[in-house]
Every structure is written in C-alpha cells, then in structure tokens.
Design a protein around this ligand. Structure first.
Ligand SMILES: *Cc1c(COP(=O)(O)O)cnc(C)c1O
Ligand SMILES: [Zn+2]
Length: 388
C-alpha cells in the first residue's frame, strides 16, 4: 500500500509515484492524471491563490507567473437573444500569450522546475509553442520547440521571438509527440506536451473561474488533443466534490468537420482512430490522432455530453459574429459558437470557451476597408452612412 500524492491512469486506474516524470500509463498507454484534490476557496487576487487548495502537489512559484488566468466571463445579450439561451463567453484571448495554453504552461513549468529540470520543451505548431517559449524565457530555462517542417513563417516568428531553440522536424507529427517524451527523459528536457498531467492541472483553473461566477448548464469546448476538456472537467469535478458547486455542467466537445477523430469515434461508438488527411482552417484543433481522445470519450459518456463537428464556413461566420460582439478569436475558438445551434436546447446557461486570439492566425476573411484622401473624408462618411 502506498500513500501520498499519486499519478493515476485515467483508464485502468493503476497508480504511480509522483516523483517520476511519467506522463502516460506504462501498462495501458492511456494518459495519467493527478489524484482529485479537495478544498475551499480562499481570499486572494489570483486564481492560483484563491484555489491554492486544489494544487497540493506542485509548488506554484509566482515569480514565473505572467498574470495568466482570471480572464473575463462576459454575458452576451445579443447572442443570447439570437440563440434563445443565456450565452457566456470565457475570453481566454486575454492571457499573456493570447491563449489558454498559458495556464497549463505555468503549472507544468513549476512541475519541471520542482523535478530539477533546467531544460523544457514542447511539440506544437502554434499556441502552445509560443506559450512555452515565453514562459521558458521568463524562468530563464533553455527551451526547445519541435515544429513540423511545414509550419508557416508567420507562426515561426511568433514562437522564435522569445529566444527558444526552434527545430523543424520532418516526419509524422503524431509519432513525434510520443518520441519526444522518451527523448526528453534521456536528454534532461521536460516536454510539457498537450495533455501532460500538470498542463491539465493548469486548465482546471478555467472551471474554477466559471464556477465562481455562474452555475452553467453546459460548457462548450474546442477540442484537439483533449487536454483542455480534461482539465475543465477535472476542475468542475473537484468543485463538486468540495461542495462549492452542486452539479457538473454537461460538456460539449467541438471539432472541425475536416478533422474530427473524437466526434467520429463518439458517434460510431468506437475508440479514437487516426483521422486521415485533416483539412480545416481551425489549425489549432487539427490534431488527427488526439492523445487524450479516449479519455475525452469517457468524460463525455460520464457527464452526458456530446461531440459536435462544424464546417469551415460556419466557423468563419461564427468568427465574424463574435467579432461583431467585440471579441476577435481565432477560427479554432469560433467553433464553439457555431456548435451551439446544433445543441438544440433553449433557456439554458451555456459557457463558450473562447480559447485564443484572432490576431494569431491569418485572417481568412476581413471586413470592408475604405480609403480616401483627407479632403474627401466627409463625403465618404456620407456615402458609408447611406450604405448601412
Ligand atoms: C490547444 C488549443 C485548443 C485545444 O486544446 P486541446 O487541449 O489540444 O484539446 C483549442 N483552441 C485553441 C486556440 C488552442 O490553442
Ligand atoms: Zn493504465
């Protein structure tokens, strides 16, 4: 019999000592997670201090924080009226590197440092690479980012600016995820990939902030690797187990039609299988073989949730709709608004998790832009006024 904090397999329940840096179950290959935490909400400015009870197994050194979390939860009157539900927008674009990935990076970085690592790394093409690069810089660690060789220059610029070592790797991206963990163990690099158990711990804080504010019926989550959905649901579970909320909201996983391995498995009642030739404008959620996909399926089943896939056209429309509400998100994040109409519910409280900023992605569409000389400005204003 072993006591103390443990890593537990999400599938077979096997328990592993927390002192070893393993991220997946050596017995069945499924992802590991920390034991459920319990506690109460304390007074404090940051989510990390208010919910400190829920992080008993990792020392969160605030010197490495850049103010991640504590993002706005906005009620949208216009979208609510249009959809016949109370729609709340959790605006994660307000994080230090403009996506929710910062919450997970902050906790995983503390984990890496507490294990004595001086090098960190990540396999990612976008938001997570930028996030790990920034936090690695902040903590003064050597940071390795493994990108697929077809990553665009735009995105490379946003990642490399922080001074991390960016390596373009030829070969299968899914395989790289698994290989990197082994390589990291041999070379002393802590790879904090998409569904690292401590990254998932960081994502719990989104549920904490929602739970403090609104008792929601649904939480709608763009889903790729599955780490985000796992974190949010673990957070709600811990709040319920601690008596802070009464019930756990129904999770809705959202994917793009052009890359929907989890939705396909959900509707066919199978395990997650690789999605061939992914093709969508929602790049940030286009993992064709999600490492936490099966755990997402288990969570959807446990909490009566569902998986909804949406078309690129609907994504672009939803992106514009949100922009007209004052919030510019990337296509991956706009999927959640596109998905609500497919939910077919009325009069419910629904939180949409807007995962990342639109300024990160290349725009596929933008509004009309006018141009004129100064002397013609008033005439142009007249014309525009009459147009609308
Ligand atoms: C990473 C990411 C997601 C999906 O998160 P997973 O943990 O991979 O499921 C959704 N939206 C954006 C903008 C992301 O960067
Ligand atoms: Zn297992």
């Amino acid at each position: 019999m072993r006591y103390g904090p443990m890593l537990v397999c999400t599938k077979c329940g096997e328990r592993y000592d927390l002192s070893s840096p393993i991220q997946r179950c050596p017995r069945c290959g499924e992802p590991l997670q920390l034991d459920f935490a319990r506690g109460s909400v304390r007074k404090g400015r940051s989510v990390w201090s208010r919910f400190g009870d829920f992080y008993p197994d990792v020392h969160l050194n605030m010197d490495y924080s850049m103010g991640e979390g504590d993002t706005p939860l906005l009620f949208s009157r216009r979208i609510s009226r249009k959809l016949g539900n109370d729609i709340y927008l959790k605006n994660e674009s307000q994080n230090p590197t403009w996506s929710f990935k910062d919450r997970g990076t902050f906790v995983a970085l503390n984990r890496a440092i507490s294990l004595g690592f001086e090098k960190i790394g990540v396999v990612s093409t976008g938001n997570m690479a930028a996030s790990v690069s920034a936090y690695g810089a902040r903590a003064g660690l050597e940071t390795y980012v493994l990108l697929h060789s077809d990553t665009s220059m735009d995105r490379m610029a946003q990642i490399s600016v922080y001074g991390s070592k960016v390596i373009l790797v030829e070969g299968d991206y899914g395989t790289l995820y698994y290989e990197s963990i082994g390589i990291g163990t041999r070379d002393g690099i802590y790879f904090m990939n998409s569904d690292d158990p401590f990254r998932v711990e960081g994502y719990k804080s989104i549920a904490f902030e929602i739970g403090e504010t609104v008792e929601t019926d649904y939480v709608v989550i763009p889903t790729s690797s599955g780490g985000l959905l796992r974190g949010i649901m673990k957070g709600f579970e811990e709040l319920r187990n601690s008596g802070i909320i009464d019930r756990i909201p129904v999770p809705v996983a959202v994917q793009a039609e052009g890359c929907a391995p989890i939705c396909r498995a959900f509707h066919n009642g199978t395990q997650v299988e690789r999605f061939d030739e992914p093709r969508t404008i929602a790049h940030a959620i286009s993992n064709p073989y999600p490492p936490s996909g099966n755990e997402v399926l288990r969570l959807l089943k446990r909490y009566g949730g569902t998986c909804i896939s949406v078309s690129d056209e609907d994504i672009i429309n939803a992106q514009m709709d949100l922009a007209h509400e004052g919030i510019f998100v990337q296509p991956a994040s706009a999927t959640v608004l596109a998905a609500v109409t497919h939910l077919k519910v009325r009069g419910k409280k629904i939180v949409l998790v807007l995962t990342g900023s639109g300024l990160k992605a290349k725009m596929e569409y933008h509004g009309l832009i006018y141009q004129c000389e100064l002397k013609d400005l008033e005439r142009l204003l007249e014309v525009i006024k009459n147009e609308s």
